[in-house]
Design a protein around this ligand. Structure first.
Ligand code: DC
Length: 517
């Protein structure tokens, strides 16, 4: 089991996480210590923490290991050298936020964190554990405390005391004031940085420790762990037919459980997302590609796809000069979204995958499994991050696969119309699993429409017809804004809202570009 504890500096994460790990007999992973170790490497080598490239290099070369001292406390080694004391100096405190805001540093640290945890049970604490490092953690806690309480704890700690055990403990007032200012500065930097900012995971349980003792916080989290261990009621399998059933035939939806009071028990058979980078030339299976984060693909695959994106993007842009309206809504986003779009040709998945790639985001296209008859296509699609779906079935494996990708922050690209729609008169059967994927991953649905690509490859036209193609991106639709109760009713409402919006955007495009279908 993975237990994720996130929160701001001084909220008591370390004490609580250590106590929990001891009680459960599992590994304790202090990820803050890892960013601190890279900071020590900078300070020791005189590297400017503003020099992202140099700091990234140090992070990539840093091998961080945890050990245990004779008195039972944890030790930290950087490239074989003990840095347990050096990572806690005020100078390290002052510089660590800048170091941890560098994307390449985070990438290197997250890879090490996943490698250290491996398949083991861990209690990990940090800022992005529930959102980035272990988005699949069975228990996620966001631990906060009033800034004054946090500063007081730190000040007492610096003077050798323990405010949690001794509520009457005092510390030097000026020192406490200075610590408060430092904490607030660090909170601001950690929460406002672009990559993996400090923020609660959507499914985290919030605990405010200001007025609680360590034992009380630990007891609350132990209750969450026990609840997560209990097998869940089997979830009703998804079938499109079940989603069609009128609400009146169904039992009244249960009121939504309040997060902090009743954590949702998790399904015991939930597959663990494979962690860590894939090895190049290692006989990776298609499933490996479907289930790994795209950033963990082997370097040779990433290189190949990067090259293919350049070539395919360039060629299609010349043949069918495509323009994306409101593209910021596509590529300036945090976290994964299910992207739904009308389907008229093979051009639109290319446009979307290429555009997302160029802007540093990753889109995983879901394609119909009929394409898998041609193995070279399966090979190519898997490398590009796409995965197949068996249409017309309740393909829960794919729904779960998509959920994992979304939780990792990748987008999932779906064409609910299934078949390319060549005329407005063609009957459309919508494949509605997309709403369920978004629901399970707790992410919004992003509607997108395309015009101008309908007749680029018709049976009567042997050569592609070159003309302008327009894409328009809508605003993300969240389940909260639908304001509908009940799981199935919510999914149905989302299916309708999202596809209505796709067709609405298409109508707007047709109006803006007369003659484009
Ligand atoms: O938890 P701590 O105070 O030891 O963390 C030190 C710094 O490292 C903190 O300012 C933010 C950063 N950090 C992070 O960005 N992500 C983590 N998972 C853990 C820590």
């Amino acid at each position: 089991m993975k237990i994720a504890i996130d929160g701001p500096a001084g909220s008591g994460k370390s004490t609580v996480a250590r106590a929990l790990a001891g009680k459960c007999g599992v590994t304790y992973l202090d990820t803050g210590a890892m960013y601190r170790s890279v900071t020590v490497a900078c300070l020791e080598t005189g590297t400017d923490v503003a020099d992202a490239e140099a700091v990234a290099k140090l992070a990539q070369d840093a091998k961080i290991e945890f050990g245990t001292a004779a008195d039972g406390t944890q030790t930290v080694a950087l490239n074989g050298r003990d840095v347990t004391a050096a990572i806690r100096t005020p100078q390290t405190d002052r510089n660590v936020s800048a170091v941890s805001a560098i994307p390449a540093v985070r990438e290197a640290m997250v890879a090490q964190q996943r490698a250290i945890a491996g398949q083991k049970d861990v209690v990990a604490e940090g800022r992005d554990i529930g959102t980035v490092v272990f988005p699949d953690a069975e228990v996620k806690v966001f631990l906060t405390a009033d800034p004054k309480a946090r500063a007081h704890r730190r000040a007492v700690q610096r003077e050798g005391g323990d405010a949690a055990k001794d509520p009457a403990a005092t510390a030097d007032a000026a020192q406490e004031q200075q610590i408060l200012a430092d904490l607030e500065r660090r909170d601001k930097l950690d929460s406002s940085r672009e990559v993996a900012p400090l923020k609660p995971a959507e499914d985290a349980v919030h605990i405010d420790s200001s007025a609680l003792s360590v034992d009380e916080v630990v007891a609350q989290i132990m209750a969450l762990i026990d609840a997560a261990k209990k097998p869940a009621e089997p979830a009703a399998a998804y079938t499109p037919a079940a989603a069609e059933t009128p609400a009146a035939d169904k039992p009244a939806p249960k009121p939504a459980a309040k997060k902090a009071e009743k954590p949702a028990a998790k399904k015991p058979e939930k597959p663990a997302a494979p962690a860590g980078p894939m090895r190049p030339f290692h006989g990776n299976s298609f499933d490996d590609y479907y289930d790994h984060a795209m950033r963990d693909y082997p370097w040779n695959t990433r290189g190949f796809i990067g090259f293919a994106v350049g070539v395919v993007g360039g060629v299609t842009k010349v043949l069918w000069p495509w323009r994306i309206e409101d593209g910021q809504k596509l590529w300036k986003a945090e976290g994964g979204r299910v992207i739904v779009m009308n389907h008229v040709s093979m051009l639109e998945p290319v446009i979307m995958v290429v555009t997302e790639w160029v802007h540093g985001r990753r889109a995983r296209a879901v394609y119909k499994s009929e394409f898998d008859k041609a193995k070279p296509l399966t090979w190519l699609f898997s490398r590009a991050g796409a995965f197949p779906v068996e249409r017309g079935t309740a393909d829960m494996k794919v729904v779960r696969r998509a959920r994992e990708a979304l939780k990792r922050g990748e987008d999932v690209l779906i064409y609910p119309e299934g078949t390319r729609i060549k005329s407005d008169d063609q009957e459309v059967t919508l494949h509605a699993g997309f709403a369920l994927m978004a629901q399970l991953a707790k992410v919004p649905v992003l509607p997108v429409a395309i015009v101008g690509a309908r007749d680029i490859t018709t049976p009567t036209r042997k050569f592609p017809h070159f003309h302008r193609v327009f894409v328009k991106v809508g605003d993300p639709i969240t389940f909260a804004e639908l304001n509908v109760k009940g799981r199935k009713q919510q999914a149905k409402a989302m299916e309708k809202a999202a596809m209505d919006r796709v067709y609405g955007l298409r109508a707007e495009l047709r109006q803006e570009h007369p003659g484009k279908e």
